[in-house]
Design a protein around this ligand. Structure first.
Ligand code: BGC
Length: 736
């Protein structure tokens, strides 16, 4: 629905290209003919990698190997002569991490980012990008949360599906990961996620289901951990039952790197490809088991055929002539960062007053914190910084009303470890005092968020907290910019006049934040994750990561806002929150059944007096479903104006529907009532009317984003699936 991004160019967009690989002749081959000629040993050889990143080739039968490489927020291609030198990744465009991109609530943006990554993959000779990740964020301490999209499965699933379509439109495959319930990094290769079926299907698997059904990824990557006692790579219920059987997944399962443990159980469970290679032991053991009759050869045939099918798709993909325009990708990276920026607080200081002099404080102004560590870390071809971007704005022409006044920089802390000193703090105070506005950049340290370990707490480095306090005391007109991939505690939250969450914003974070703060662009984000006030407010406080082998998910599906809303906990910023530089009005809500008929008198669409800003508007007519007119459904509509926040539930006139209602379409007119172009995110939540049901108080079931000029009105239409109307206690129907 979006994005009429502001037309702002990227300063210094002098990008290096990803070096193009020698052109390989695009071929496809007759899979059936190859299958007939393969020996058992050759078939088994196809089931493991040739090396760390390539599948096995069989030159005598014309089967080439394909190359896999990490994503998901940009290509991470290992370099060196044999392409496996992790210390020397090739340059690529670093987009905002998934945790940031999800704040955009923008499927079109995710598709565009996916397409750009697909283009770079094609240029670099990569056939499959390992991403996106859609695991739910069970605790804000999860080490890889920055690599995952959201705490909400609908949002994560829809955004992932869009990203997958974008990458795959370039003839490059994706790998949806990490399947499933990979919630903590501690003991990630051995821990056992013990999850009840309600939570599993309605919460933890739902994003995978949506992404698989709608995005159709070429591959899915089973996770390292166990699920209910069985390693995901050997989990027949998960792989063959749920994904292939129920959801119809017809692609290939590739193990997470070194995640496959039993040479004889994973193939029968449904795993097709074991990575990385070479794994002569695996080939030998599978071949032996087939000869001994303990593994059915048909399973080897099926898996080998899927590998060939993937190779064939990649070869066909190579025929699409695509080339990456790195300059365009930098512009997209900047737009993505702007669209993902969340305005958490603003009492009117932002956008900055024209020509205000600015103190830029904190070393992240110069060396921005833009990504977590691990396999998703991209070697950015070009990286900008806020200091340069602000300086460039300052040099803007005289008639540009959004140029800033003088810019002063104070380091404030040491970026590498977040430490500060009295001297650095005093310099920062001085700079803050001298300028009209102080903009303080703080965030987690570069090592705080990573694959392989979890965060210890939600605190910023002590030096960053102190820096904010001192800057606010020196200059009340202070803006705080947060660079982190997940929530942090903010003991100073009521002091700055504005707080902006930039997240881990990728290689154009500098231009993006300068544009947003100065008003050249608008902050387009809404939180895809709840921000609790403190760690102790989280359900798992004190027991995450779980150090037991069996990690029992005893909170069931009450995770994120499903938990906070259900217990009525105060949070710092709720899921979906995000302010705007403009204001919006919602009018003329109308409902339309798709596949049934609405009774004309059912809903008074002109009576919107019950819609108040930030109110939760619920309805779920449980009682009416035996109505003589047939099934009756409530209208579960929640309408947001500027931000979501706790509010009273309001009774909604119930709409009644007749016949076999498959879907309900909700349309509402949204008007930009302010004086600036801005984007709005409409969010629809469903909730049971009857109290006491064992289910979350409300759940996101639809969203749409749109950009509007001042005075412009656009209708927004969101279709709710039948699933949104199945009573929460009808578990079987919800999973169908
Ligand atoms: C990570 C995956 C990644 C793979 C290849 C693993 O350690 O869990 O996400 O795709 O390595 O780098």
């Amino acid at each position: 629905m979006t994005s009429g991004h502001e037309n702002v160019t990227t300063p210094g967009a002098d990008a290096a290209r990803v070096p193009a690989q020698p052109e390989e002749p695009a071929r496809t081959f007759d899979i059936d003919a190859v299958m007939l000629r393969l020996t058992l040993a050759q078939k088994c050889s196809l089931l493991t990698g040739r090396d760390k990143w390539h599948t096995q080739d069989i030159p005598e039968l014309g089967v080439p190997s394909i190359r896999l490489s990490d994503g998901p927020n940009g290509l991470r291609i290992e370099g060196g002569p044999d392409g496996t030198d992790a210390s020397c990744p090739l340059p690529a465009t670093a987009f905002p991490t998934e945790s940031a991109l999800a704040n955009s609530f923008d499927t079109e943006l995710l598709r565009d980012v996916g397409r750009a990554i697909g283009e770079e993959a094609r240029d670099a000779g990569v056939d499959v990008v390992l991403g996106p990740g859609v695991n739910m964020k069970r605790s804000p301490l999860g080490g890889r949360n920055f690599e995952y999209l959201s705490e909400d499965p609908l949002l994560a699933g829809k955004l992932a599906a869009a990203y997958i379509k974008g990458v795959q439109s370039c003839g490059v495959g994706t790998s949806l990961k990490h399947f499933a319930c990979n919630s903590q990094e501690h003991a990630r290769m051995t821990s056992d996620s013990v999850v009840d079926d309600r939570a599993l299907f309605e919460y933890y698997l739902r994003a995978f289901e949506i992404a698989i059904r709608e995005g159709r990824p070429w591959t899915v990557m089973p996770a390292y951990n166990r699920l209910d006692g069985v390693y995901c790579c050997e989990n027949e219920r998960l792989l063959s039952g749920i994904a292939r059987g129920t959801w119809g997944f017809d692609g290939l399962f590739v193990s997470d790197w070194c995640g496959q443990s039993s040479n004889t159980s994973s193939l029968p469970a449904g795993l097709d490809l074991v990575m990385p290679g070479p794994r002569p032991d695996y080939r030998r053991d599978v071949e032996k088991a087939v000869r001994a009759g303990t593994i059915d050869e048909r399973l080897v045939d099926d898996a080998a055929q899927r590998v060939l099918q993937l190779v064939d798709s990649c070869l066909a993909g190579r025929r699409t002539r695509i080339s990456a325009d790195m300059r365009e990708h930098l512009d997209l990276a900047r737009q993505a960062a702007q669209e993902s920026t969340v305005l958490l607080e603003n009492d009117g200081l932002l956008p900055l007053p024209d020509r205000a002099s600015v103190a830029l404080i904190g070393e992240y102004c110069r060396t921005p914190h833009t990504s977590g560590l691990g396999s998703s870390e991209v070697n950015a071809a070009v990286r900008d910084c806020a200091y340069d971007a602000f300086s460039e704005l300052r040099c803007s022409s005289e008639d540009d009303t959004t140029s800033t006044g003088s810019v002063l920089y104070a380091r404030g802390y040491v970026a590498a470890d977040g430490s500060t000193s009295e001297v650095l703090l005093q310099q920062a105070e001085l700079a803050a005092r001298r300028q009209d506005v102080a903009v303080v950049f703080v965030g987690l340290t570069p090592h705080a968020e990573s694959e392989g370990y979890d965060r210890l707490d939600l605190r910023l480095p002590a030096g960053h907290d102190e820096l904010v306090e001192r800057a606010c005391a020196a200059n009340p007109d202070t803006v705080v910019v947060l660079q982190c991939g997940g929530p942090v505690e903010m003991p100073w939250r009521d002091k700055p006049r504005a707080i902006v969450l930039q997240g881990l914003a990728g290689c154009q974070s500098g231009a993006a934040i300068a544009n947003v703060l100065s008003g050249r662009a608008y902050p387009g984000g809404r939180l895809a994750e709840t921000w609790p006030q403190t760690l102790s407010d989280t359900f798992l406080a004190g027991r995450f990561p779980d150090t037991h082998r069996r990690v029992v998910y005893d909170e069931s599906m009450f995770v994120g806002y499903r938990y906070y809303d259900s217990v009525g906990a105060d949070v710092a910023y709720p899921f979906g929150h995000g302010l705007s530089y403009s204001t919006f009005r919602y009018d003329r809500l109308r409902l339309e059944t798709v596949g049934g008929q609405a009774r004309p008198d059912a809903f008074d669409e002109d009576d919107l007096s019950w819609l108040r800003r930030n109110e939760i508007v619920t309805s779920w007519d449980e009682s009416g479903d035996t109505d003589e007119d047939g099934p009756s459904f409530g209208a579960p509509v929640r309408v947001e104006e500027e931000s979501r926040g706790p509010g009273a539930a309001a009774a909604v006139p119930r709409a009644r529907f007749e016949g076999d209602v498959r879907r309900l379409a909700v349309t509402i007119d949204v008007t930009n009532t302010g004086s600036r172009r801005a984007s709005e995110v409409v969010q629809l939540y469903v909730a049971p009317i009857e109290p006491g049901m064992y289910c979350p108080v409300q759940e996101l079931e639809g969203f749409a984003k749109l950009d509007l000029d001042p005075g412009q009105t656009e209708p927004v239409r969101i279709e709710l699936s039948r699933r949104a109307f199945v009573p929460a206690d009808d578990f079987a129907a919800r999973c169908a």
